[in-house]
Write a protein that binds this ligand. Structure first.
Ligand code: CDP
Ligand code: CDP
Length: 221
């Protein structure tokens, strides 16, 4: 059979990790899972059921039983759902309740591409290639600002920058599976890169790992 290739793509909000993960999946012919959507679904379900977003018991009950097919993607991409997702994502019962479905996805025969915050550190520590995608908060805020305007959800640049900084602090500061660089991940700073340039760099990183699955760190920018 063909080589099994698991690619972990982690990074902060609006760094471009989803765009890169999709490109990698298409390039290598692998299935792709946006794990952020799982946390967004839990947050959506907690709010739709009328619970407070801080209600960890409600979130834990939902995670045990929720149906991924019940959530149209458009209902998950809004600004306040990203914020709410980062609140439920700090709850250990929510994180542990989502591990099995992520690992099952990663366990498919040929491999898979997953993106999120803890793929290289917790979900797929054995991944062949790990990318940590980043960009400055200002570049990320500008990207998200453009994206939300396209959704017809206008917001100020300053408001989005504040959201991004708060989400970075919460995602990096939580005790369970915080956002951090895995020791064998390659850092890809996309601040000054177009999507095409970033995709070419990401493919170069993965090809290098396939050719030589060592553990050296590298910084690409
Ligand atoms: O697209 P964006 O980067 O804004 O967010 P996302 O990837 O959809 O993730 C939404 C929130 O879910 C993040 O702020 C994290 O708190 C959480 N998340 C996580 O904790 N672990 C993951 N593997 C993926 C997302
Ligand atoms: O998944 P994540 O939240 O990290 O980011 P994304 O959804 O892949 O990218 C956020 C936005 O930035 C999208 O509208 C991308 O088209 C854009 N982007 C960009 O302008 N330049 C890049 N190098 C990567 C993404």
């Amino acid at each position: 059979g063909r080589e099994r290739l698991v690619i972990a793509v982690d990074g902060p909000a609006a760094s471009g990790k989803g765009t890169l993960a999709r490109r990698l999946a298409a390039h290598y012919g692998l299935p792709y899972l946006d794990t952020g959507l799982l946390y967004r679904m839990v947050a959506r379900a907690v709010l739709d059921a009328g619970h407070d977003i801080q209600d960890a018991d409600a979130a834990a009950a939902i995670v045990a039983s929720f149906d991924e097919a019940a959530f149209p993607e458009d209902s998950l991409r809004g600004r306040e759902i990203g914020e709410a997702a980062s609140v439920v994502a700090a709850m250990p019962a929510v994180r542990s309740g989502l591990i099995a479905r992520q690992r099952r996805f990663a366990g498919q025969a040929g491999g898979a591409v997953l993106d999120g915050r803890d793929i290289g550190t917790v979900i797929c520590p054995e991944a062949r290639a790990k990318l940590f995608v980043t960009a400055t908060p200002e570049v990320r805020a500008a990207r998200r600002h453009r994206e939300l305007a396209g959704r017809g959800e206008p917001a100020t640049f300053e408001g989005i920058l504040a959201d991004i900084r708060r989400r970075d602090a919460r995602d990096s500061g939580r005790s369970d599976a915080p956002l951090k660089l895995a020791e064998d991940a390659v850092l890809l700073d996309t601040s000054a890169l177009t999507i095409e340039e970033a995709a070419a760099a990401a493919i170069g990183i993965v090809d290098a790992r396939r050719a030589n699955p060592g553990h050296e760190n590298a910084i690409i920018s």
